[in-house]
Design a protein around this ligand. Structure first.
Ligand code: HEC
Ligand code: HEC
Length: 224
């Protein structure tokens, strides 16, 4: 940290301010941006509101906390993030701890990049930011699992197996293990590394147990 890094950040800010005129953030969807952040950025960056804690890249709350308290607004942070996504800055050797890793350019583009940047701009460095409370188990399932899995018996599979069928006869310990460590046992006919690997970070343990109970109730009851 220190002088060198602050210098880099102010250069980035100057660029962002210059681009301010063509900002389209009014059309951005922060909920979508949050989900995109979790899959595309949360693998390297910690950000409290997203519930991510990876340490490959800088902690984005720490990165923007000082600037925010100095008065930098959401739009300006958004601009910095946009610029970093399309033109990741050169890593200064020895300037920080990240000089072994490079952030790839354009991990997200177009509307996706807009949504991610607007989302990060709205939460990074906000004091006390934390993830919104999770809903009921059926809402958690719909939000985090329903895109790939169904609980409707006989309905066929999606990207992931039909859980009403695949989990017949399985117990809570097995189901929980498959959620937090999906690659520990790959379901035949499906791809490894497809299911997010960080549900133990996204879903607090209490909610996870409730989710498992909910899933097993649906399995026992012949599906939702
Ligand atoms: C492969 C790991 C990796 C991924 C994935 C990644 N980043 Fe990064 N990111 C880094 C590293 C490493 C740095 C530090 C670069 C440096 O210090 O010069 C960085 C720096 C940043 C910074 C500047 C932080 C600061 O200290 O000023 C922002 C903002 C950022 N990333 C946002 C994102 C967003 C948004 C995404 C998703 C679209 C993303 N990153 C995906 C590794 C990653
Ligand atoms: C991006 C798609 C995707 C999402 C999102 C996803 N899964 Fe999966 N899931 C898969 C795939 C693909 C498999 C099969 C490969 C494997 O075993 O990892 C799988 C396997 C499983 C299994 C093991 C099934 C068996 O036959 O043993 C369970 C249990 C499971 N998922 C539960 C969940 C739950 C609960 C969520 C939400 C918290 C979730 N998954 C979210 C894709 C996904």
């Amino acid at each position: 940290m220190g002088r060198a890094r602050l210098g880099v950040i102010s250069v980035a800010i100057a660029g962002a301010v210059a681009f301010g005129g063509c900002d389209a953030s009014e059309n951005a969807d922060v909920d979508r941006g949050r989900a995109l952040f979790q899959t595309n950025c949360g693998t390297c960056h910690a950000l409290a509101q997203a519930g991510t804690s990876a340490v490959t890249g800088p902690d984005l709350d720490a990165a923007f906390a000082q600037a925010r308290s100095d008065g930098m607004d959401n739009d300006t942070i958004e601009g910095v993030v946009q610029k970093q996504i399309s033109h990741p800055r050169e890593i200064e050797k020895g300037a920080n701890n990240y000089d072994q890793v490079y952030m790839p350019a354009d991990i997200v583009t177009g509307q996706d990049a807009e949504d991610v940047a607007t989302y990060v701009g709205s939460v990074a460095g906000v004091p006390g930011a934390k993830p919104p409370p999770l809903g009921t188990p059926d809402q958690v399932f719909a939000e985090k699992c329903g895109g790939c899995h169904t609980l409707e018996a006989g309905a066929g599979s999606g990207v992931g197996p039909n859980l009403a069928d695949a989990l017949q006869g399985k117990d809570a310990a097995f189901v929980k293990k498959q959620i937090i460590d999906p690659n520990s046992n790959i379901t035949e006919g499906f791809q490894p590394d497809t299911m997010p690997q960080d549900f133990s970070q996204q879903i607090p343990d209490k909610n996870l147990d409730e989710l498992v109970d909910y899933i097993l109730e649906q399995v026992a009851g012949g599906g939702a």
